[in-house]
Ligand binder design. Structure first.
Ligand SMILES: [Zn+2]
Length: 267
């Protein structure tokens, strides 16, 4: 009991000096090791590196504009519409999508090839937007990489060459792992955003089913924490049946996706 109280007091002090923030997805107070403004600096620092490491941007303005516009549709209705979001398609064969703190979201060519509707793309992007809004990315980075290392690379002229190169850091960022709780929040929060943006929520279920059938060595961000697959589909279906059962007018847009993504990739 005493130990608990001591921990609580310690926690409170820690919050006072380091800052706590309310997670808008859950409404819960969460301990944050650095302020939100720092998210943007970290995102800006690492976004070009990530692009470089992951094959660069797919050189197709039609495809890039489309991916960005679908992402912006979702970001606009999120709890943090004021962030500067960017949604970029990378020329990488792996099936993946991931986010940086502050608003940068990436989706790979491998992933785009596996999708077949705008609603499915919206599902992937809204899951990532939710990780950004809840600051899961910032938390995972500070826990798994160490905030001092990240910030020293951002703030100092010299990169911490002796410890880790920016390239090493980038690899770690791409391989960040989220907790099951974070993944579930990103699924359900993402589902909420995509419906709010006018997309049919079944796109999220279809995407999860597709990802579960992937056999690739590199872990997929969505599956990095391995929430039990049946479980994931089950809670998504339950949310659809209880909250989003009115599907009238919600967009699937297979044809748009084909025109702007699949046919562009096959050119
Ligand atoms: Zn995720």
């Amino acid at each position: 009991m005493r130990k608990k109280l001591a921990l609580l007091i310690l926690g409170l002090f820690f919050c006072l000096f380091t800052g706590c923030a309310v997670n808008p997805i859950t409404g819960e107070e969460e301990l944050m090791l650095f302020p939100e403004e720092q998210d943007i600096a970290i995102g800006r620092q690492y976004a070009p590196e990530i692009e470089k490491q992951m094959g660069g941007r797919i050189p197709d303005p039609v495809l890039q504009n489309y991916v960005d516009s679908v992402g912006q549709n979702v970001a606009r209705v999120s709890h943090k519409p004021y962030l500067e979001y960017s949604f970029v398609a990378l020329n990488d064969k792996s099936v993946n999508a991931f986010a940086l703190p502050g608003g940068a979201v990436f989706v790979t060519k491998g992933m785009l090839e596996k999708l077949d509707s705008e609603a499915q793309l919206a599902a992937i992007l809204s899951h990532e937007v939710t990780h950004i809004v809840a600051r899961d990315v910032s938390n995972a980075m500070s826990n798994q990489i160490g905030i001092n290392l990240l910030l020293s690379a951002v703030t100092s002229e010299k990169t911490p060459q002796s410890i880790l190169t920016i390239a090493d850091l980038t690899q770690q960022i791409v391989g960040l792992k989220y907790s099951r709780k974070d993944e579930m929040e990103a699924d359900l929060g993402g589902l909420h955003y995509m419906v709010k943006a006018g997309y049919n929520p079944h796109g999220m279920v279809e995407t999860m089913q597709m990802l579960q059938n992937q056999n690739q060595i590199r872990p997929i961000e969505f599956l990095s924490s391995h929430p039990s697959p049946e479980n994931r589909i089950a809670y998504l279906m339950e949310a659809i049946q209880t909250k989003y059962y009115n599907l009238a007018g919600l967009k699937i847009a297979k044809e748009d996706y084909y025109q702007s993504v699949l046919s562009q990739l096959n050119k």
